[in-house]
Design a protein around this ligand. Sequence first.
Ligand code: F6P
Length: 548
Amino acid sequence: MQISPGPRTSAWADLLSHAARLSAVPTRELFARDPGRFERFTREAVGLQMDFSRQRIDEMVLGKLTELADAVKLRERIDAMFRGEKINRTEDRAVLHVALRQPPGAQIGGADIENQVMTERERMLSFAESVRHGRIAGSTGKAFKLVVNIGIGGSDLGPAMAVQALQRYTESAPHCEFVSNIDGNHLYDVLATADPATTLFIVASKTFVTLETLTNARTARAWLKGKLGEAAVPAHFAAVSVNHEAMNEFKVHPDYRFQMWDWVGGRYSLWSSIGVSLAIAIGRENFNRFLAGGHAMDEHFRTAPWQTNLPALAGLVGVWNISFLNLPTHAVLPYDDRLKRFPAYLQQLEMESNGKSTTLDGRPVEWPTAPIVWGEPGDNAQHSFFQLLHQGTQRAALDFILPAKSSCGDQNHQDLAIANCLAQAEAFMEGQSAEVVRAALERQKMAPERIAELTAHKVHEGSRPSTVWLFAKLDPAMLGKLIALYEHKVLTQGVVWGINSFDQWGVELGKKLAEQLAPAVKDPAAAHSVPAGVLKLLQRIDALRSAD
Ligand code: F6P
């Protein structure tokens, strides 16, 4: 398929002139001009409402953005992904996370893929259920009370985020911990209070060669062996990987290993057996609801026209902000503490996927790609970095994520969170002019000199663009929908920018260097071919660690 990146299309050139036109118009003016603006820029599908009326956008821009989607053949690329074509060209792989959440009979990726998915899903879910209900127990016959997922990146962020998000569905399940970093602190903290007889480790690693994961897994294995003996180890270790040889070497029991496939990217793998800890935590029914939520969003993305297609609109509005309004960062602000790790999850999803500077045909891109994604639960954010967003010199586009119903059962609290969220969205858009500031200070009978002094400090320019994502409540299906929404947003943007969203060569370089350096860190004196600057640091580190 002949592909032309968005910036080489005529729609792009038109959008540039629209950007020049709209940059001069405050968003509050767009509201003032059009009483129907909310309706015009709000969409709803699969139980999720997207209110993007506070974006600096009008119907002409929206029309051009959808033209852009056609010009880059977004529809063809979506269909190619769903058919299982090898759209990840640099790794020569299909991209079929959508096949992982399909219901029986959907044949996404073909009959063979569907078959493999269903078989492995059933194996994983029945294992998870058995662990959850104590039918699969540890070596001493005691039910598992603690599940420790050892993984990193996509083998950690997804399950860790989802278990936290769905905490209220985990009652009577074993407690889950997620250990990722190699420094050992978290692992040792977990081991310090773990009862080996009731602890199950899950080594989650697509490749099973990841240094962090294998180091933590080996330490956990040695700990368990030290406590219960070698013979007990297989009853306490499950694994998820494509690498059977490595699982053999680690002596993972065949019934306790779960398969992945090379057509699942690590950051898209929560839907596979990488989600086994989530399945243990929330149970089979809820895991199936989670998958069904993802699939509902897939069907919407695959079939809805651009004007009502939530992931496509999210992607296109994002392109508008990044490439035309020059907003290089994107803050994700959930107004539900359970979604605390969602911004971190999205950081990998968006930045590992679209943090690229080479087009699909191997040329350097001449346009910005993925934004810096960051965020915090909104209330915390209000009391830390919102000042900069309101009045600082750096700008960001914002996503507010807002459930209407409380996740903890106290609606009173959630109502105040809702008030905070909507107040912020409005304040970011509306701003506060010098006239309004002056009038308010005059009403307080402030001295004119003091008013003159203060006014400039209290002015908020406004026009900070945001989207409010509103839904009834955070449940397994809605979490599935939210994740799939952002996954497809990433695909949309990758297609527009003409890049491969599914490889991650940038991560490989550092990994390789770390492996080469590891022996030199142990013994700097014996280090060969270590760069001079690094050697100096290693020598200093050696001195520091041998001092008292
Ligand atoms: O950080 C790079 C990466 O390759 C991610 O894409 C992946 O999710 C992570 O490492 C972990 O890889 P694995 O599951 O193979 O251990």
